[in-house]
Design a binder for this molecule. Structure first.
Ligand code: FES
Length: 189
C-alpha cells in the first residue's frame, strides 16, 4: 500500500464561513495495487518489480469526512485529476432542474451520482474536448456560466453535474468507476 497526500481546493461559492475557511486542506488517500494486502506481500511484489500495467490497476481510497459542504477537492487516480464536489442543496437542485433532452450529452444528474449519496459528485477532471483541466476547483476560479466548471482552452462550460452545456466539448465530464465503502469513504477504481 502506498500512502499519498492529495491536494484539496476550496470553493468560495459556499458561504457561511465568514471568509475564515481554509482555502487549502490536505486529505490522505491510499492507493492500492491489484494484489492487495501490499504490506504483507511487499517482498514478493518487489521481487516481481511491477511495471506500469500493474500500477495502472491501482485504486484509490478517499476519506470524504474533511470535505465540507460546498467544497471541491482534487485527488489523483491513475495519474489523472479527479474532481470531488461536496455539493450544496442549491447545486443539486440546479443540476436536477434541467431539461435533460435539451442537453448536448443527455444524462440525468441521478445517473451521474450514487443513489443515497447525491451530494457527492465524482468526475475525472479532464475536458472531453482536447484534454485540458477545467477551472472551477480553486478559490476565485471561473466556473463558467452554469456554476460548474469552465475549460479556458476553447471555452467549454460544464454545469453543477459536470455536464457539457456550451462549447466544443462533445461529452460530459467522465465519471470514473467508484463505490462507497461507507458513508464517508469512496474507492475509485
Ligand atoms: S480542451 Fe477544453 S474546451 Fe478544448
Amino acid at each position: 500500500m502506498t500512502d499519498t497526500t492529495a491536494h484539496q481546493t476550496h470553493d468560495p461559492s459556499s458561504e457561511g464561513d465568514g471568509g475564515t475557511r481554509r482555502d487549502f486542506i490536505y486529505v490522505a488517500t491510499a492507493a492500492f495495487g491489484a494484489v492487495g494486502a501490499a504490506g504483507a506481500v511487499w517482498p514478493l511484489i518487489n521481487q516481481m518489480n511491477p511495471d506500469k500495467s500493474v500500477l495502472a490497476l491501482a485504486s484509490t481510497d478517499v476519506d470524504l469526512s474533511p470535505i465540507e459542504e460546498g467544497q471541491r477537492v482534487t485527488v489523483t487516480w491513475r495519474g489523472k485529476p479527479v474532481f470531488i464536489d461536496h455539493r450544496t442543496p442549491e447545486r443539486i437542485e440546479q443540476a436536477r432542474s434541467v431539461a435533460v433532452a435539451d442537453l448536448p450529452d443527455p444524462q440525468t444528474d441521478a445517473e451521474r451520482v450514487k443513489e443515497g449519496h447525491e451530494a457527492w459528485l465524482v468526475m475525472i477532471g479532464i475536458c472531453t474536448h482536447l484534454g485540458c483541466v477545467p477551472n472551477g476547483q480553486g478559490s476565485g476560479e471561473a466556473k463558467g456560466e452554469y456554476g460548474g466548471w469552465f475549460c479556458p482552452c476553447h471555452g467549454s462550460h460544464y454545469d453543477t453535474s459536470g455536464r457539457i452545456r456550451r462549447g466544443p466539448a462533445p461529452r460530459n465530464l467522465d465519471v470514473p468507476p467508484y463505490e462507497f465503502l461507507d458513508d464517508t469513504t469512496i474507492r475509485i477504481g
